[in-house]
Design a protein around this ligand. Structure first.
Ligand SMILES: *Cc1c(COP(=O)(O)O)cnc(C)c1O
Length: 363
C-alpha cells in the first residue's frame, strides 16, 4: 500500500503509534475492562491521567511552578471571549496585534467585553509581507494586556520572536505552534491553544496561566461559571465534565513526544522540514510564497502556483501520490501544507519530490 501523508490544518494528523496504542487499549483501558470513555472523570485512574498530562506538559514546556494548567472547552475561540472577561473590568482597554485571520477574530469577540486597541503590525514592501518586530508595536498605555497570535494558521505568517513587553500581561494564542519549538513560558501571562492542531483530537483547550491572573478576576459577576478561570482552577478543570477521550489521547501524544526527545528535538526536525519545503518553493519557477523569511510559519506553509487554473490538477495529482488535504483555506485559495509535530520528514520529502516533478511537467 502507498504511504499516505495527511497535511490537514486541523483537526490534523496524530502519530500512527499513538493511534495504534489507542486502538489497542480502546475496550480495556488500564485493565479496568472499560474504555477510557466509559468511566467517570472522578475515577482515580482518570484523575491520575489528568495529573500525568499536566506533568508531561510541565516537563515538555518547562512551565514554572507559578503557572497553572487549565483545561477548557469550546476551542480557542471561546478564549477570545473568556480572556477579556476574566482579565478586565468593564470598559477597560487591551492591545490586540493584528497579524491575520485569527488575530482579527479575537478582536471581534473582545469588542463585546472591552475596548480593544488594534496594533497594526503588517508592512508590505516590494510585494513581500513583513510583521514589524515587537519593539515597533505601538502599545497603548491604558491597556492591561497585549494579545497576539504567534502563528496565523491560515496565512502561514508567524511571529517568531519571543515577547518582551515591560509591565504588560502577554496573552498568546499558540494553537498552531504549541510544543513545536522551545519557548520561555515566563514571558507570558496566558498561553492558550486548542488541541486539534498539535496535541491531539479536538474538544480540548489548554490554558497555561500565571497564578496571579487567576486571582485577579472577580468583578464581572456575569461571567459564565464554565469560563471563569478561578472556578475552573478551584475544580481542577473538572467543574463540568471534561472531554475525557481528548484528554486521554492528547496525553498519549505528549508521551510520544517525550519519548522522541521532547520539544528541543522536535524543534530541530520541524526546522528541517520547513526549510526543505521553503527552499523548494524559493528555487522553483512556478511556486511562490511572499512572506518575509523571518515571518514564515514553520507549521503552515502556504504557497501559490503562478499558472492559471492549475491548482486543482496539483491537488488531484498530489492525492494520487498519497498527499492529502493540501488545499489552502477558502478565504485565501492556493496551497497550504500543515506540517505539525506528527508529520514525519518523509512526508515532506515525498511532497517535495512530487512538487518538483509537477513543475517539470507543467512548466
Ligand atoms: C484553529 C485556530 C483557532 C480556532 O480554534 P477553535 O478550536 O476552532 O476555536 C484559533 N486560533 C488559531 C491560531 C488557530 O489555529
Amino acid at each position: 500500500m502507498k504511504k499516505i501523508f495527511n497535511f490537514s490544518p486541523g483537526p490534523s494528523m496524530i502519530p500512527h503509534k499513538v493511534l495504534l496504542q489507542a486502538q489497542n487499549e480502546l475496550i480495556n483501558w488500564n485493565h479496568l475492562h472499560f474504555s477510557v470513555m466509559e468511566i467517570s472523570h472522578r475515577n482515580k485512574d482518570f484523575i491520575n491521567l489528568v495529573e500525568e498530562f499536566k506533568n508531561n506538559l510541565r516537563i515538555l514546556m518547562n512551565i514554572p511552578k507559578t503557572y497553572k494548567i487549565l483545561f477548557c472547552q469550546g476551542g480557542a475561540r471561546t478564549q477570545f471571549a473568556a480572556i477579556p472577561m476574566n482579565l478586565l473590568n468593564y470598559n477597560q482597554n487591551a492591545d490586540y496585534a493584528n497579524i491575520g485571520y485569527w488575530s482579527y477574530k479575537a478582536v471581534e469577540e473582545a469588542k463585546k467585553y472591552c475596548i480593544p486597541h488594534i496594533i497594526k503590525t503588517k508592512k508590505i514592501i516590494n510585494n513581500i509581507v513583513y510583521i514589524k518586530p515587537m519593539i515597533e508595536w505601538l502599545l497603548n498605555n491604558k491597556s492591561i494586556y497585549i494579545h497576539y497570535c504567534a502563528n496565523e494558521t491560515i496565512e502561514g505568517i508567524a511571529v517568531n520572536e519571543e515577547p518582551n513587553f515591560k509591565n504588560k500581561i502577554v496573552v498568546a494564542d499558540l494553537s498552531s505552534t504549541i510544543l513545536t519549538k522551545e519557548i520561555d513560558v515566563s514571558r507570558y501571562g496566558i498561553i492558550y491553544a486548542s488541541t486539534q492542531k498539535n496535541i491531539g483530537p479536538s474538544g480540548l483547550t489548554v490554558l497555561i496561566i500565571r497564578d496571579d491572573l487567576i486571582i485577579k478576576q472577580n468583578y464581572r459577576k456575569e461571567i459564565p461559571s464554565v469560563l471563569n478561570y478561578k472556578i475552573i482552577a478551584d475544580n481542577n478543570s473538572m467543574f463540568n465534565t471534561p472531554p475525557t477521550f481528548s484528554l486521554y489521547l492528547s496525553n498519549l501524544v505528549l508521551n510520544w513526544l517525550k519519548k522522541k526527545g521532547g520539544v528541543k528535538h522536535i524543534d530541530k526536525i520541524n526546522q528541517k522540514k520547513a526549510n526543505l519545503l521553503y527552499s523548494t518553493i524559493d528555487n522553483s519557477k512556478i511556486y511562490t510564497n511572499n512572506i518575509s523569511i523571518k515571518n514564515r510559519s514553520l507549521t503552515n506553509i502556504v504557497f501559490n502556483i503562478n499558472k492559471k487554473n492549475i491548482e486543482n490538477i496539483f491537488l488531484k495529482e498530489a492525492e494520487i501520490q498519497g498527499l492529502y488535504f493540501l488545499k489552502g483555506h477558502s478565504i485565501l485559495g492556493g496551497i497550504r501544507a500543515s506540517i505539525y509535530n506528527a508529520m514525519p520528514i518523509e512526508g515532506i520529502e515525498t511532497l517535495v519530490k512530487f512538487m518538483n516533478s509537477f513543475e517539470k511537467k507543467y512548466i
